[in-house]
Design a protein around this ligand. Structure first.
Ligand code: IPD
Length: 308
């Protein structure tokens, strides 16, 4: 996964960009909500058609016609409302006409449907995620989210944040500021997680869970990394940890969780292993980070030995 590295300071923001963040946040909220309405409205008709579902990295990694339509819709609106800005989306990748630029150039990072398997099955746990990041989200450790919105279309609600501006949940009943839980004890921490699509990755994740599950309150696997991070922000779970997620899965949720007071970072899962993302209240962070690092390092050793 490409991720922001908290050890590398984000570029300092100009007064001009800082002043523009509330407006960019409002745009991200509008974009995510708008695409959310689209995917709800057109789901039945789109999935009924032939060729409605395709596969990507594995047979279980699905992409629906609505993932593609939602991304095209978001790209179309961004082309009109933020012309010339770079866009990176889960389905179409990065727009090659716009090279990565240093300084304060923004890239919009889109997950047109996060939780596609839930969407396919008609389960409500899916989201549209829109973030604006500084740096280069195609490179590990070189991007920093400054605006994020995660729409949960099934409830007509949207989680949102901007850097230094706090996190909130807005919906038909108004807006509420978000604060993560005050969990301090590892054994009382409710931890959400997710699984990749690749069988080898899943084997490692399952093996690590054998070490993690006895040490925490319980595990939740809902099916959308973006919503998992927002649920940390809202205190609906205490923590979220997952290996192997992509920048579009977590860019917006990362900022929402961080602005709600969570410590959000990556952890080392062992030598030359892709790191994971961890979000939780600061008081429980050291113990949880140590647990997941140990669990993944152990999982890797066990699986390497059993492969020999
Ligand atoms: C997936 C979801 C899932 C997570 C996977 C992601 P997608 O995204 O966020 O919760 O466990 O790692 O790939 O494929 O539904 O966009």
């Amino acid at each position: 996964m490409n991720r922001p590295d908290p050890a590398v300071a984000p570029p300092s923001l100009s007064e001009e960009l800082r002043a523009a963040l509330p407006e960019l946040r409002a745009l991200a909220v509008d974009l995510a909500s708008d695409a959310g309405r689209l995917v709800v409205r057109e789901r039945a008709a789109a999935l009924a058609g032939s060729g409605a579902v395709d596969t990507k990295s594995t047979a279980t990694d699905v992409v629906t016609v609505m993932d593609r339509r939602s991304e095209q819709h978001l790209r179309g609106r961004l082309a009109r409302e933020r012309p010339g800005e770079r866009v990176l989306g889960e389905e179409e990748g990065v727009d090659v006409r716009h090279q990565a630029r240093e300084g304060e150039a923004l890239t919009w990072v889109l997950d047109p449907i996060d939780g596609t398997v839930n969407y396919l099955y008609g389960s409500s746990e899916y989201a549209v995620s829109v973030a604006a990041v500084l740096g280069d989200p195609t490179r590990a450790d070189r991007w920093w989210p400054v605006v994020g919105a995660v729409a949960h279309p099934a409830t007509s609600r949207v989680f949102h944040a901007h850097l230094g501006g706090g996190a909130a949940l807005s919906g038909p009943d108004g807006s509420t500021d978000l604060t993560c839980s005050s969990a301090e004890r590892l054994d009382l921490t409710l931890l959400s997680t997710g699984f990749g699509y690749d069988a080898a990755v899943r084997r490692e994740q399952a093996r690590a869970l054998v070490e993690i599950l006895p040490e925490v309150r319980d595990i939740r696997r809902a099916g959308s990394a973006a919503l998992d991070m927002c649920r940390v922000a809202a205190g609906l779970v205490d923590a979220y940890a997952e290996r192997g997620v992509h920048v579009w899965d977590v860019a917006a949720g990362w900022l929402v969780a961080a602005e709600a007071g969570a410590q959000v970072s990556t952890w080392d899962g062992g030598p030359s292993r892709p790191r994971g993302v961890l979000a939780c209240p600061p008081a429980v962070y050291p113990a949880l980070e140590a647990l997941v690092s140990r669990a993944y390092a152990h999982a890797c050793r066990v699986l390497e030995t059993s492969d020999r």
